[in-house]
Design a protein around this ligand. Structure first.
Ligand code: ZN
Length: 406
């Protein structure tokens, strides 16, 4: 039995987090996140479903587990539902609440940020503070709404930058999660799934235990196909999230960085049920480090091309280094955040994400990536004729040929 990453989770730290949960009002979390979810649904209906005579709905489920799902009735597929558990929204709220505080601590009490900035020659895109410096044009609607309330009962010592990035992270984490589920729906993954118990409902859920035995028994490549579709939902999700940032005038450096951090933290959350190796597991979702590799590689290109297409940068090359900095920095800060919040460190005092970047894992990790590149391509062929978005990211993704050099 290989050792699981969950063995690294500190029970003391978990107890502390459960105690924190007691102080988070679920109704407050629901109220903060509902406008984001409602607006995304409105956009999806205007852009996709109303044109097809359908309607997408959403539900926040009163459930403690950190889960979300895309639910389709086979007899009425153009009226699907995105379900997000309140437990998941609470995790997102708590992480975005704490991340700027821990980032600040890491920047001031350790040499992590200083060392990283030195590797990038302290060029003008680096920053010494825990979170990126912000400007009034970076302020999200949620920040503007809640800033006066914070000022009134100031019990935390937060800079404006920390407060701005806290709400950016909350918003973008909800957006990415929602758009991942929307990705399952617009790619019509239900056509490639089997309804539970031969019934009418296909639910693509983010919970690992929810394996549909029928599909697994009738298709020996079930897990590989399912893992490829999760990567495709991740990539669709991040493409739609960048569209959202452009629509909301949030396409700027702090948002680009906070979305990276949000995704990395989400992947750390999902990683706890995986083995500490890169054997392809019998699970519906790929190892989160594999998801992260796909995401970071694709997102980097997407951001660079979006900057150039919107005339915010003269060429991809001119912004490659700043983007590389944000990518490396987000992995480091999110990994350390997760380790500080949840993990016991190993004998050499290293967090899991650093252990898994050891030399010995390079080969198995690149084998896993190569396998997934293949299965992603195969699943794309099946999905493409049924994709509900005319302008989708498939052609762009194919042109990128990511991981070609592996
Ligand atoms: Zn999914």
């Amino acid at each position: 039995m290989p050792s699981l990453i969950s063995h690294r989770i500190s029970q003391d730290k978990l107890r502390r987090i459960r105690a924190e949960n007691e102080n988070i009002s679920l109704e407050y979390v629901r109220a903060l996140t509902t406008p984001i979810i409602a607006e995304l649904t409105k956009w999806a209906n205007e852009t996709v479903y109303s044109k097809l005579g359908g309607e997408l709905s959403w539900k926040i489920m009163l459930d403690e587990s950190a889960n979300a799902a895309a639910v389709t009735k086979l007899s009425d597929p153009m009226h699907p539902t995105i379900e997000i558990n309140l437990g998941m929204l609470r995790e997102i709220y708590r992480d975005s609440f704490v991340f700027p505080l821990i980032s600040d601590m890491l920047a001031s009490d350790s040499s992590t940020v200083k060392d990283l900035n030195e590797t990038f020659k302290n060029l003008n895109f680096t920053f010494d503070s825990g979170v990126p410096p912000t400007h009034p044009s970076h302020h999200s609607g949620t920040f503007k709404l809640l800033k006066p309330i914070y000022d009134e009962k100031k019990h935390e010592n937060l800079t404006d930058d920390m407060l701005v990035t806290r709400f950016l992270m909350l918003e973008l984490m909800v957006v990415w999660l929602y758009c991942h589920e929307l990705g399952h729906l617009v790619q019509r993954h239900y056509l490639l799934q089997v309804a539970t118990g031969g019934g009418d409902v296909v639910s693509v859920s983010e919970a690992q235990e929810d394996v549909q035995m029928h599909s697994k028994k009738t298709d020996e490549d079930y897990f590989l196909k399912s893992q490829a579709r999760e990567i495709l939902a991740d990539l669709e999700g991040v493409t739609l999230a960048v569209d959202y940032m452009l629509r909301k005038k949030l396409f700027n450096m702090p948002s680009i960085y906070m979305l990276l951090c949000a995704q990395e933290i989400m992947f750390h959350r999902f990683a706890v049920v995986y083995a500490e190796n890169f054997d392809i597991p019998d699970l519906k979702h790929p190892h989160p480090i594999i998801r992260s590799e796909f995401m970071q590689s694709y997102y980097t290109h997407l951001i660079l091309d979006t900057l150039v297409n919107n005339k915010l940068a003269p060429s991809k090359e001119s912004v490659t280094m700043p983007m590389l900095y944000l990518s490396v920095r987000s992995s480091t800060m999110s990994g350390l955040f997760w380790a500080n919040r949840y993990e016991k460190f190993d004998a050499d005092n290293r967090p899991t994400f650093l252990v898994l970047s050891n030399e010995e894992y390079h080969e198995p990790k690149s084998e896993y990536l190569k396998t997934m590149v293949l299965w992603v391509a195969k699943q794309m062929e099946e999905i493409e004729p049924n994709h509900l978005l005319d302008q989708n990211f498939f052609a762009y993704y194919k042109r990128l040929e990511i991981f070609k050099k592996l």
